[in-house]
Design a protein around this ligand. Structure first.
Ligand SMILES: [Zn+2]
Length: 172
């Protein structure tokens, strides 16, 4: 029996991993082999080779339970419906979550032309639209409130620390 079949995927820790697999702009897919059902992913600290049975990341090596890469592989192969369509924090209206007080973060943002720019934004809201996650905030460069697509944020630093999960902005 595979690890996938024997794991309690509704366990709170596992739900957290599924969320991180989906809403994590730092984790990117390098390649997927649909036949072998394997993938290679780029994380913050390295490149991981993943199948439904195993992953080369430290999280899997420590716990021997599906890590976020295994969940990401699952989404990439579309084997099951993504279990976490909504964020764990209940949005007050629609799918918007306010960040109060606003948090000043430094981001590297990839524009539609592929160029990466650096800027400070006062992030004040997160919005989920289907599969996409947006961050709203006052942009110190443009001097106006702007919408940022989370998947284009290649790096986000808050109070000197890199943030890989945007939900941290709400939770703190
Ligand atoms: Zn992993």
């Amino acid at each position: 029996m595979s690890l996938w079949e024997t794991t309690d995927h509704d366990d709170p820790e596992q739900i957290e991993r599924k969320k991180r697999a989906r809403y994590n702009s730092i984790l990117s897919t390098i390649s997927i082999n649909k036949e072998l059902k394997t993938g290679v992913f780029q994380g913050r600290t390295g490149i991981y080779e993943t199948s439904f049975e195993t992953c080369t990341c430290g999280d899997f090596q420590d716990r021997q339970l599906p890590c976020k890469h295994i969940y990401r592989l699952d989404y990439e192969l579309e084997i099951i419906e993504p279990p976490e369509k909504k964020p764990p924090v209940k949005p007050k209206a629609d799918n918007r979550i306010k960040i109060t007080p606003a948090k000043t973060v430094h981001i590297n943002y990839k524009g539609s032309n592929g160029k990466i720019s650096e800027r400070d934004i006062d992030a004040n809201m997160i919005e989920f639209v289907g599969d996409k996650l947006y961050i709203y905030g006052y942009c110190h460069v443009r001097k106006m409130v702007r919408q940022f697509l989370a998947s284009r944020i290649t790096c986000m630093v808050y109070e000197g620390r890199e943030i890989t999960d945007f939900m941290e902005l709400i939770e703190n």
